[in-house]
Design a binder for this molecule. Sequence first.
Ligand SMILES: C[S@@+](CC[C@H](N)C(=O)[O-])C[C@H]1O[C@@H](n2cnc3c(N)ncnc32)[C@H](O)[C@@H]1O
Length: 245
Amino acid sequence: MFYDPVESDFYAWCVERLLRSEVAARYLSHGIVELGAGTGLPIAAALSRCEATVPVRGFERDPKSFQVASRLVAAKAPPGYTVEQGDFFERGVDGPERVAVANPPYLAAPSGDTGTPELWGGESGAEVTNRLLSGPFDVLMLMVASIADPLGVIDHAQRSGYTVADWCVRPIAFGRHSREPGVHRRVRELRADGRAFSSEAGYLLAGVTWLRDPTDPGHTPATVDMNADVLRRVMVTAAEPERVS
Ligand SMILES: C[S@@+](CC[C@H](N)C(=O)[O-])C[C@H]1O[C@@H](n2cnc3c(N)ncnc32)[C@H](O)[C@@H]1O
């Protein structure tokens, strides 16, 4: 079961930022869906802090996490947040919601070769993220890791018709899961291919809001292209700077 005080709190903060944003305001009346509730605590915290009444349907595939989330959401979350057990892609994409959020699994490893399959993001780490970006949503707020093909993700979003409306970023130290030998090896390979960016200490995690509506006021293509472009350059800076001797 995944809960990390730094990462999960940052995700909660990014959801809070989305809830308060003008970008999302006109899409929220149909509610929000979430891939991967984990413990349920991030969304519970974001909704409580904003005193938001928007309904959120979280989906959690991992049975242990779902059990914990059910208990914690009942005890701590506002009534609009519910968590259902099951695969988001089977049950979460056909509802009325136009906004989706996720801190998706992003550990890269060959064929699920990791001790934490619920955190596995395919061979590049970006498979779940790219699948979300191929879905039907108008607004997506997704956490994007610099060790999981971030430039490929930004390109994929652009090809799917999305523009970057907002983003923020913070460093994350390598932890128990991202230091697993299979993951570590795969990240080194991705680094060599220019598909992962990290230093000895860690990597960057961005909360990125994508919008697929060119008529939205305040998000002209020029502004949005600049957002994506700057985000690209920032993700690359997670790589170890070259030493000057
Ligand atoms: C990185 S964890 C994030 C958990 C929580 N949102 C947080 O930030 O603390 C990703 C979660 O997504 C869940 N998950 C992965 N793929 C899923 C899917 N297709 N449907 C539902 N849940 C999924 C995993 O079981 C895991 O709990």
